[in-house]
Design a protein around this ligand. Structure first.
Ligand SMILES: [Zn+2]
Ligand SMILES: [Zn+2]
Length: 387
């Protein structure tokens, strides 16, 4: 094996911008402008970026069914056709070239995984990846193909034990479902309770299939959960599950729609908490998995105030660099006009949200979340320790 390159790999290229459901859709490729620019300002080396290449149908077939791929090809060629097979939903509307754009998201995440498996890098980050809602025969929740699942399956087929940690505000239902019966893939999803939020799943009692009891962990958190119990939940669950499962590689979905300013959900998380969690994942990768850690983006719909800083904090954790206290002035100046043109909040001055940006969670929320965490852990540890 070669000595790994010391810098984390960043997967980004023109193909990322092709994944676009059109004007007005929240999952906009405008995110890449201010997002990638902030990584560059903070010292990411553009020469080391890996542009995503589309994955072949054969590769996609490791997770998706042939009839589904055929339907997506047809809808991508003729997006105005009625989706008779109902393989998409109204949040995930077909667009021209959708198949190729989605295949590139998969190719980006899989390419990162292959470099980690080859020992070229220990850490990689694909901000445009993380399409955790896609199922083998269903595109849903802005996710057409499941890049995470294709990459995880590759690692698993090479004999790895994969720990998947998902901190997107929505339940990581697609990844969980695809590996439901696979004891070699441990999924853990921290999300806002499905009582009020898409996709409405991810309950504590959902723990994996008969062949893999305990291989799924779900931590549904109360609406209004803030930094205190979000960080507490991740810091209690992730290290304990890692210690019991003994992964040889980490895959994380770092969706930042849990942020207090995010328009689509109701958690109250700050960039301070997001940074702490990213650094915990780095620590776990080194402690258990020889450093092997593939991170992706995910949700995150406040394009200028939240997404760029959230991505930067993942990259900084992977680069083992301290975060600066302030965002670079040039970066703010470059994106202020575009933010204003889209009636969006401006690029923030501080990297870390001031205390007070996030609402304080009630004692009731703290207690319900604690009970959720202990119920989830109790079962999982009994099963994993009993192996
Ligand atoms: Zn590291
Ligand atoms: Zn999400």
């Amino acid at each position: 094996m070669p000595t790994p390159h010391p810098e984390p790999l960043v997967v980004y290229g023109p193909a990322n911008h092709e994944y676009d459901f059109g004007p007005g859709h929240p999952f906009t490729p405008r995110r890449f402008g201010p997002g990638i620019d902030l990584l560059l300002e903070l010292g990411a080396n553009p020469d080391a970026f890996a542009p995503p290449q589309p994955a072949s149908d054969e590769v996609l077939g490791s997770v998706h069914t042939a009839p589904f791929l055929a339907s997506i090809h047809r809808l991508s060629e003729y997006p105005e056709l009625v989706d008779h097979e109902a393989v998409t939903d109204s949040d995930t509307p077909p667009f021209y070239g959708m198949d190729r754009a989605a295949a590139s998201v998969v190719g980006g995440t899989l390419g990162a995984m292959e470099r980690i498996l080859a020992g070229e890098r220990i850490h990689a980050f694909h901000p445009g990846g993380g399409l955790h809602h896609a199922f083998p025969a269903r595109a849903t929740g802005f996710c057409v193909y499941n890049d995470l699942a294709v990459a995880i399956r590759r690692a698993r087929d090479e004999g790895h034990r994969v720990l998947y940690l998902d901190v997107d505000v929505h339940h990581g239902d697609g990844v969980e479902g695809i590996f439901w019966d696979d004891p070699l893939v441990q999924t853990v999803s921290f999300h806002e309770t499905g009582l009020h939020l898409f996709p409405g799943t991810g309950w504590v009692e959902d723990r994996g299939g008969l062949e893999a009891d305990g291989s799924a962990v779900n931590i549904p958190l109360e609406s209004g959960t803030s930094d205190g119990s979000w960080v507490e939940a991740v810091e209690l669950v992730a290290p304990v599950v890692a210690a019991a499962f003994r992964p040889t590689i980490l895959v994380t979905q770092q969706g930042c729609d849990s942020h207090a300013l995010d328009p689509l959900a109701n958690l109250q998380i700050s960039t301070r908490a997001m940074s702490r969690v990213a650094r915990l994942f780095d620590e776990l990768a080194h402690r258990y998995a020889g450093g092997r850690w593939l991170a992706t983006g995910g949700g995150g719909y406040d394009v200028y105030r939240v997404v760029p800083r959230a991505w930067a904090l993942v990259w900084l954790a992977q680069a083992h660099r301290d975060a600066p206290t302030h965002t670079p002035r040039r970066w703010r100046e470059r994106w202020a006009a575009e933010a204003a043109a889209f009636h969006a909040g401006p690029p923030p001055i501080e990297m870390f949200d001031p205390v007070g940006l996030t609402a304080t969670e009630s004692q009731r929320i703290v207690e319900v979340n604690r009970a959720t965490v202990s119920r989830a852990l109790e079962h999982t540890l009994r099963v994993l320790d009993g192996e």
